[in-house]
Design a protein around this ligand. Structure first.
Ligand SMILES: O=P(O)(O)OC[C@H](O)CO
Length: 400
């Protein structure tokens, strides 16, 4: 792990290790997926660090590149990825790119044609209109890159100009991605394989070696995949277990916060039993105001329960990160909304690592310095227009 550790003011090393181990075992038993040891997980903050790391890994690929994304839009960065993937395909690397049929709709068609001509196998995930209406609502929201079965990336970043830069102003979105090395790469690769299997006949070939992984670091990682479901699903269990296990502090930073009644109540209940709950959300620069409204209907209740809520001011906040008790971090594609919990294909890494968690908590502290807290007394005095807007989205809240 490359992050600089921050000593916990409230909890010593032993305490965080105990919390981490307890949450790890609960997750293993209740989700049924073993965590792996010996991983290196490197946090990457904003496009200035995320994109060079991804492009570097692509450039070094010798055998296989698998990439899936919900967002592949436009701009110079979109062309740079297409060039990098195409160059490797021309060099004989097997390159597979899975694009969500709705999320990636804005991609330039000639980029897709160019990549295909270079030998990249491009597949579309549930692309309308050749789709049953029952499937339209279930999108591939995962962002995954796996290179040579040994290096993986996941997190919130989309391949588009909006994500370039360092969150300095409204044109540079704030996001967090991670690079993973070690046995947890298999779980990330499986998240790609699940989507690919649905869209393409060939799942693997002789270029996949299926070798073992050398230890690459100290982090314990469980890879949790979420999939559309009518009933309870693993992503919901993951969130429920970490909230119910938290003893000291939970920090959430999420692009889209519109939980259902169950998770709203669970957040409130967790705060009422004395756990500090801090939620960081986008503010005036949010790209989808309707999503903000979906969460704002819950603010009054959450604030009354003692939950603290901030809104990030400079630009769109697009992160999907949660830390618990300075011991465990969740990072991946999952927002705290119904789309991520009920409808879409998601991936989240549960990372049991004190240093990694300290690094993400440090990012959170930095972000708070550029955020405004929502105060309960002021929120109660919000305008009638705002209240009416909150009510107006109720009929569509289950799709947010
Ligand atoms: O769904 P997210 O969180 O990946 O965000 C992508 C949005 O469509 C951006 O507008």
């Amino acid at each position: 792990m490359a992050a600089s550790p921050a000593a916990s003011p409230d909890q010593g090393t032993e305490g965080t290790e105990h919390s981490g181990q307890r949450i790890r075992r609960r997750l293993e038993r209740l989700i049924g997926i073993a965590a792996t040891e010996g991983n290196e997980v490197l946090p990457l903050r904003n496009g200035d660090r995320i994109f060079p790391a991804m492009l570097e890994a692509i450039g070094r690929a010798e055998r296989t590149i698998d990439m899936m994304t919900y967002v592949y839009w436009r701009g110079d960065i979109a062309r740079r990825f297409a060039d990098a993937l195409g160059e490797r395909a021309r060099a004989g690397v097997r390159v597979r790119l899975l694009l969500d049929g709705i999320g990636c709709h804005p991609i330039e068609k000639d980029l897709v044609d160019r990549m295909s001509a270079d030998g990249v196998t491009v597949a579309w995930f549930r692309k309308p209109p050749y789709l049953s209406p029952f499937k339209q609502n279930h999108r591939c929201h995962r962002k995954v890159l796996v290179v040579d079965e040994g290096t993986a990336f996941t997190g919130g970043v989309g391949i588009a100009e909006e994500w370039c830069g360092d969150a300095r102003d409204e044109n540079e979105w704030r996001d967090t991605h991670v690079r993973v090395r070690g046995p947890a790469v298999d779980g990330v690769a499986a998240a790609f394989a699940q989507g690919w299997a649905e869209c393409h006949d060939e799942l693997f070939d002789e270029r996949d070696r299926f070798g073992g992984h050398e230890p690459a670091g100290d982090a314990v990682v469980q890879v949790v995949r979420g999939s559309a479901s009518l009933g309870w699903q693993d992503m919901q269990t993951l969130m429920r277990v970490v909230l119910e296990s938290a003893e000291e502090r939970v920090r959430v930073s999420t692009a889209y916060f519109a939980p259902d009644r169950y998770f709203t109540e669970l957040l409130g209940r967790t705060a009422r039993r004395g756990v500090e709950i801090e939620i960081l959300l986008p503010g005036p620069r949010i790209d989808k105001r309707v999503s903000l409204l979906g969460g704002q209907q819950h603010y009054e209740r959450l604030l009354a329960d003692g939950v603290r809520i901030w809104q990030f001011q400079p630009t769109m906040l697009h992160t999907k990160v949660l830390t618990v008790d300075r011991a465990v971090s969740l990072v991946g594609s999952t927002n705290i909304n119904r789309r991520s919990m009920d409808h879409d294909e998601e991936i989240m890494l549960a990372v049991v690592d004190r240093d990694f968690t300290a690094a993400l908590d440090g990012h959170f502290d930095d972000d708070l310095r550029r955020s405004e807290e929502i105060r309960e007394w002021r929120w109660k005095k919000r305008s009638r227009l705002q209240r009416a807007a909150e009510v107006s989205i109720l009929p569509i809240r289950r799709f947010l």
